[in-house]
Design a binder for this molecule. Structure first.
Ligand code: GLC
Length: 799
């Protein structure tokens, strides 16, 4: 259903004038004489919540998305009024509310209008379901840009688009196809060099229209529930995204191995096949940390069972794989086979844990095992039961992570691909129909799975991956972009989706490398792995219907390219881990679209392809066959070509030559990039030194490196190592200062420092003010030196 939001629409109802207001603590409620109440809550100086009801009272305030531990508190709050307006003032924004019609305008303290209601809040009553279709429209300025919204397979800038949020199993989706698997009703607006965000926390089917229906109007609406949204003021996009991520929550650190390379296929079986795959990785020396078992490991697709013909002794297999450095991950779907002899089914039936139709029968639908019933994960008791089911898999068998799929929820052979809308859900004490619970179902499944895996894998850290997710799911799980296709267009889509997920608070995401459906050419696979190693989650997966998709399914050249790029990922593990740490600590997205990186440069506003990996590495994939290079935009500042060390000045679009075994990668001048040696899996090697690639820049730059025990929870007790470097480059001088924090003593004792781009010949080196003989630090004319890790300042002088 597409609901028109325009004024002419017949059924629209509007608030009438405000007749009174109440101010209590951080909330101000405005009452109209037609039963509308607007409740404004000031959560932070730059974070305001707007909640509307049309009934004269509010229903229970409950959200799955909001993180209970989010920061709140403001410095300043003042409410005043004049003849026509109420005004709410914080130390960051001014919100004006028109007395005549409850329309809002929000200004920053420079009096710049940031967001203004067009029609503002309006609604349509729903005869069939009760309640309202709730709508909001905002005026939009010429030149305004829009970003966010999760996994949308369309241009980064959403200006001119209408999108729909309804979690859907969209096999082999196409560019611009709507809706997809994820639901993140959060967007970022940018105009006049200022960013703001809107998070419409409503789990019903929602729509957002960014100036498509009407040129200067942005609107969003939901098929039910409340008009309940959060406004976040920037002015930097970083402020918007980190505030949104704090509001909806951050994950814990994954174990480091999860950031390695993962190999998957539908399906690897029997056991001998699994071992053939893992051995081949070791034989070809392509690093790999995780191997996946898709649905065929189960007995007739019954979750929590094993096909004993294919896998006679899963525990033995999992432990043998572990000896070779492979962590086993298994798939678990929500559909529980209706089978009176199946223990999971019997237990859920006895305990009454399955979802029911409005009139009482169980919700029944076909998935892989045939007819299934489905647990109601919106019931906390069911979640607890579900978590307990993982005991055998994790504690006894030794599985290290769980893959949740089909949790939109997907149902086969029915027109809407999911549950009928009358299905009932507990919704944590707020009983409702599937209309409201649909979009959150997958997240609640992943949440229950996460608690189970975490409980049984303790004292190690859990790993969960999900296909469907609503805002906030990042607290429990990583995700992948679903059933994509082995086409060049899908490589373009994957690049955008992962960047978009990153600025939508859910950055721990990757795509099925090479494409799930159909088979990639060797060239496409190579280009995909070259991008995929720069995605937070890095896994090859394919349906297997169209041939093999292991690196060796292609020719020697592609195998070598795969090895080269996966090796690079393993070298960059400390860099990746540091960017993950910045994500969990501060909500900083791991990938940064160029507009996020430099919103003041209007050249970035419509860019799709280039992105910043972490803080200091610029990546641009090759997205076409037979490419010998490409045009790309280099953001402002100075950047070194990673392959040639040639220095470029940014703020312009240029042509970059690339060979087949390269994609454009640039390092920000001044950066220090930490590297580990290549390992076949995390923890394979004990090593004695950390490599630091130092890229000279005239001026100052900061770099950080976070490390800890790579698994477990000691880091929460302060057992981590945090290095913060400052580089100061001058005409004939480079100073590297190091400040250390944390109680973790890294196993290595030395730094190997590569000085790149020095514009002078080194004549003297001082460590902590003491002149050092070159041979004592193995200094060579290629500007490489090895020093003890205990230093505060390195002073390099030249002529
Ligand atoms: C779905 C998943 C895919 C998986 C398949 C079989 O299509 O998206 O990743 O391999 O189901 O379980």
């Amino acid at each position: 259903m597409i609901t028109n939001t325009s004024l002419e629409h017949k059924g629209n109802l509007f608030p009438s004038k405000i007749v009174s207001y109440e101010h209590e603590g951080d909330s101000i409620s405005f009452y109209t004489d037609n039963n509308v109440i607007l409740k404004v809550t000031v959560l932070r100086d730059s974070l305001l919540r707007f909640r509307f009801t049309t009934k004269g009272y509010f229903s229970n305030d409950f959200s799955y998305a909001i993180d209970k531990t989010q920061l709140h508190g403001y410095n300043f709050l003042q409410v005043s009024e004049d003849e026509n307006y109420f005004e709410i003032r914080t130390s960051k924004v001014i919100c004006k509310i028109k007395k005549a019609d409850v329309r809002l305008s929000i200004y920053d303290l420079d009096n710049c209008l940031i967001l203004q209601d067009e029609l503002g809040f309006h609604w349509e009553e729903s005869y069939e379901y009760g309640g309202n279709v709730v709508k909001m429209s905002k005026s939009s300025k010429d030149g305004e840009c829009f970003y966010g919204l999760g996994d949308k397979a369309t241009q980064m800038n959403l200006k001119g688009k209408r999108v729909e949020n309804f979690a859907t199993d969209q096999y082999a989706y196409q560019k611009d196809q709507e809706p997809l698997y994820k639901v993140v009703p959060f967007y970022i607006g940018l105009h006049n060099q200022k960013s703001y965000g809107v998070f419409f926390d409503n789990t019903f089917r929602t729509f957002f229209d960014f100036c498509q229906e009407r040129r200067n109007v942005t609107s969003f609406w939901a098929e039910g529930g409340e008009m309940n949204y959060y406004f976040i003021y920037g002015p930097q996009m970083q402020d918007v995204v980190t505030t949104y991520t704090d509001l909806t929550g951050k994950p814990e650190l994954p174990p480091l191995w999860v950031l390695g390379y993962h190999q998957c296929k539908w399906s690897y079986y029997p056991e001998s096949k699994v071992k053939e795959i893992t051995s081949k990785f070791r034989e070809l020396k392509i690093p790999c940390d995780a191997i996946y078992l898709d649905i065929d490991y189960m007995d007739g697709f019954r979750c929590f069972t094993w096909n004993k013909e294919y896998f006679p002794d899963p525990k033995k297999m999992v432990s043998e794989l572990a000896e070779d450095g492979f962590k086993t991950i298994v798939i678990i779907d929500p559909g529980i086979k209706i089978d009176k002899d199946y223990w999971v089914y019997k237990e859920a039936l006895e305990k009454d844990y399955f979802c029911k139709r409005a009139d009482g029968p169980y919700m029944k639908g076909k998935v892989w095992p045939g007819e299934c019933n489905f647990p109601d994960y919106t019931n906390p008791v069911v979640r607890e039961w579900w978590a307990g089911l993982f005991k055998e898999l994790i504690s006894d068998i030794g599985v290290k992570g769980v893959w949740n799929d089909m949790n939109e929820p997907a149902v086969m052979e029915v027109p809407n691909k999911t549950f009928p809308m009358d299905v009932r859900h507990v919704y944590d004490g707020n009983p409702c129909s599937h209309r409201k619970a649909h979009n959150i179902y997958g997240t609640q499944m992943a949440r229950a799975t996460y608690h189970g895996v975490k409980r049984f894998v303790y004292p190690k850290r859990p790993f969960v991956i999900t296909r469907s997710a609503y805002s906030g799911a990042q607290r429990y799980t990583s995700s992948w972009t679903g059933d994509n296709v082995a086409t060049w267009e899908h490589l373009w889509i994957a690049n955008i989706q992962v960047q978009r997920m990153s600025i939508s608070g859910m950055g721990f995401t990757g795509s099925d490398i090479g494409g799930f459906a159909e088979q990639p050419t060797g060239e496409l696979y190579a280009r995909w792995i070259q991008l995929g190693v720069f995605h937070p989650f890095c896994r090859t997966h394919s349906s297997g219907d169209h041939g093999n998709q292991e690196p060796w399914a292609f020719d020697e050249e592609v195998i070598n390219i795969t090895r080269k790029f996966v090796n690079l990922r393993y070298q960059l593990l400390p860099y990746l881990y540091t960017m993950f740490w910045q994500y969990i600590e501060e909500g900083i997205p791991m990938l940064k679209p160029l507009v996020y990186y430099d919103q003041d440069d209007t050249q970035t506003h419509y860019r799709n392809d280039e992105f910043i990996f972490g803080n200091q590495i610029l990546v641009c994939p090759i997205l076409e066959p037979n490419a010998v290079g490409r045009r790309m935009y280099i953001p402002r500042g100075e950047w070194y070509n990673f392959w040639t060390n040639e220095l470029f000045s940014g703020g312009r679009e240029i042509w970059i030559d690339t060979k087949f075994d390269e994609i454009p990668v640039f390092i920000k001048a001044g950066a220090i990039i930490p590297k580990y040696p290549v390992q076949q899996y995390v923890g394979e090697l004990e090593f004695d030194e950390l490599t630091l690639d130092v890229y000279f820049k005239k001026g100052k730059e900061k770099s950080v490196v976070y490390e800890d025990a790579q698994d477990g929870y000691d880091y929460k007790k302060g057992r981590y190592s945090f290095l913060s470097f400052r580089t100061i480059g001058k005409e004939k001088e480079l100073i590297i200062q190091l400040h250390k924090e944390g109680k973790y003593d890294t196993p290595y004792s030395k730094y190997k420092i590569n000085l790149i781009g020095l514009p002078f010949k080194v004549t003297e080196i001082e460590i902590d003010n003491e002149k050092i003989e070159f041979d004592k630090i193995s200094f060579e004319q290629n500007n490489c030196l090895i020093i003890d890790k205990e230093f505060n300042e390195l002073h390099i002088v030249g002529e």
